[in-house]
Design a protein. Structure first.
Lengths: 454, 110
């Protein structure tokens, strides 16, 4: 019996060791997604090679490392990484692992350093990756230590859009510009709306006992809000209307790159993402007239750059009975094991924001999102329970259900790029995400990229 | 005085906030350029004998050895800011003349 998943020549499908083909158990076109892919260790291992070794992953925002020598530790895919601005000011991303024995070279969350010294044997690297000394160097004979070829391992490609830094380990991956494709239009709408955004403080990082895809699925899901977060409805923080978040547009910008643009109450307070007038006034300088008109109708937006990076542009009240205040939150899920995921959460603020608005936005974010936020608390309970309840041998035989809006017509009048649907309740974006997942799991880059509708 | 001043490099080549590496009369030296001035040291870390190389000055005013993290004041003293080094950097007498940094090459000691 085969113990490894493989692609057979005879039928050109990806088979798991049990003989079952992924194509049989994951059918995005029909909205049927096997529970196995959320918790199965074999699928998880396959994802490491097929997705995390190949895709483009969010590393951080340029504003997190403004000065030469600034560095923070991150993950690229599932590998530990160092996100650093070298002494010459160039942004670089390296595998956080010594070339000698593999020890993590940088063991802090953040610091300013010209040199990175491995704590194990003392190999020391410059912050541009160059190996300076292997320590005890006099004990190497001539030719035993090729320092020039033993620098820190850099990512294969690095790309930046709107200050968002992405990296991939795969030299064959298309450039970031091509990978993002039409998603750039929407990234610009959110991140380039004013004179720039910056990270406020440091990201919150915590682990959740969930398969990572339960969380990614949730970040493109408007219709869970009324139910999963019903305590907020009861407290008057959300409208008491099951359809309140259904009146927007969902967009598949590229297969897997998906977003929601949702209006709030029909008042000026909820126009232009709820931003203060000073920031609204900057939009025409930075966005096209078409994007400005789009922004006017947006109070809430959730977007995903495939596979695991999200933005949340939301409005909520930080204090009961107070007015709603907008905030911009970045999210990343990094799988730790089939059933454990490290969550990353950043708060961003427009660089030209006034201090009072910045404080209100900060307060609203910490009370609603992040590990102690009301929304995240509810979501984590769902992700963890979905994971636990999908682990057993009986549950694993059954698919999860993603059929809402399978027959929903496209909104041909939508002015922006991508496939748009004039309804924010549906599973069109989730099906697109799983279609992209299947392409990565079963195809090479040329097939995975062809972008057609499935 | 048994020596003479020898040009090491042009001041224009130096960058404030950085340590640069040079050779003069067969000896490896480093030059720290700070907001307060230009200082020349022997390139050998007094702790480990590691040969210091070009680098950014820590906080604009300290020389750091990559090998064990010893830090030295990038001033006329070269004294230790943080261990493991116990002795200061060897400070070489220097001056700026005609747009060049010059060090005193003392033929008895150099």
């Amino acid at each position: 019996m085969s113990t490894t998943s493989q692609r057979t020549d005879s039928d050109d499908v990806m088979r798991l060791s049990s003989g079952i083909a992924l194509e049989e158990i994951v059918r995005p076109d029909e909205g049927l997604i096997s529970r196995r892919i959320f918790t199965d260790s074999e699928v998880y291992e396959l994802e490491q090679e097929r997705i995390f070794a190949r895709g483009w992953f969010f590393v951080g925002h340029e504003s997190e490392i403004p000065e030469p020598g600034d560095l923070v530790t991150r993950s690229v895919g599932t590998d530990p990484a160092i996100f650093v601005r070298d002494d010459e000011g160039q942004i670089r991303v390296f595998l956080n692992s010594c070339r000698h024995r593999g020890m993590r070279v940088c063991r802090t969350d953040r610091e300013n350093a010209s040199f990175l010294r491995c704590p194990y044997h003392g190999w020391a690297y410059k912050n541009n990756g160059e190996l300076l000394t292997a320590a005890a160097e006099s004990h190497y004979e001539e030719g035993e230590l090729d320092k020039e070829n033993l620098g820190l391992i850099p990512v294969a490609q690095l790309g930046v859009h709107c200050g968002l830094v992405f990296a991939t380990w795969d030299p064959q991956a298309p450039p970031l510009d091509d990978y993002l494709g039409d998603m750039k239009y929407y990234l610009d709408l959110i991140f380039n709306r004013t004179g720039g955004v910056k990270v406020l403080g440091t990201p919150q990082i915590w682990d959740v006992e969930t398969g990572w895809k339960f969380a990614t699925d949730n970040f493109t899901d408007n219709f869970h809000v009324f139910s999963a977060h019903h305590s907020l409805v009861e407290l008057g923080m959300l409208p008491n209307d099951p359809d309140f978040a259904s009146h927007g547009t969902m967009v598949v910008a590229e297969e897997g790159h998906i977003l929601h643009l949702t209006p709030g109450a029909p008042t000026d307070e909820y126009a232009f993402m709820g931003l203060p007038q000073k920031l609204r006034d900057q939009m025409p300088e930075h966005l096209t007239p078409e994007q400005v008109a789009m922004a006017e109708k947006v109070a809430y937006s959730a977007g995903t750059v495939w596979p695991n990076f999200h933005w949340l542009q939301l409005m909520s009240s930080g204090t009961l009975g107070q007015r709603d205040v907008p905030f911009l939150n970045l999210r990343l899920e990094v799988p730790i094991s089939p059933t454990r995921t490290r969550m990353w959460s950043w708060l961003l603020i427009d660089v030209d924001a006034d201090p009072e608005y910045e404080k209100a936005s900060y307060e609203t974010y910490v009370r609603t999102f992040g590990p102690a936020g009301i929304y995240d608390q509810d979501d984590m309970e769902n992700w963890e329970d979905c994971t636990r309840a999908s682990l057993g041998p009986a549950a694993r035989k059954h698919s999860l259900h993603h059929t809402m809006g399978i027959h929903r017509p496209l909104d041909e009048s939508w002015p922006g790029p991508g496939r748009a649907y004039a309804d924010s309740y549906g599973e069109m974006t989730q099906r697109s995400w799983y279609s992209a997942w299947m392409r990565f799991m079963t195809s090479g880059w040329s097939d995975a990229q062809d972008g057609g509708e499935r | 005085m048994t020596g003479e001043y020898v040009a090491v490099c042009a001041v224009d080549e130096l960058r404030e906030g950085f340590l640069s590496k040079h050779e003069v009369e067969g000896r490896e030296v480093v030059i720290a350029t700070t907001a307060d001035g230009i200082h020349v040291y022997d390139a050998t870390c007094p702790h480990s004998d590691f040969q210091l190389g070009p680098a950014r000055l820590k906080r604009g005013c300290e020389v750091e050895c990559p090998m064990h993290g010893a830090r030295f004041r990038a001033d006329a003293s070269g004294e230790v800011v943080k261990g493991p080094a116990k002795d200061p950097l060897e400070v070489l007498a220097s001056r700026v003349r005609d747009g060049n940094v010059e060090v005193l090459v003392d033929w008895l000691l150099f």
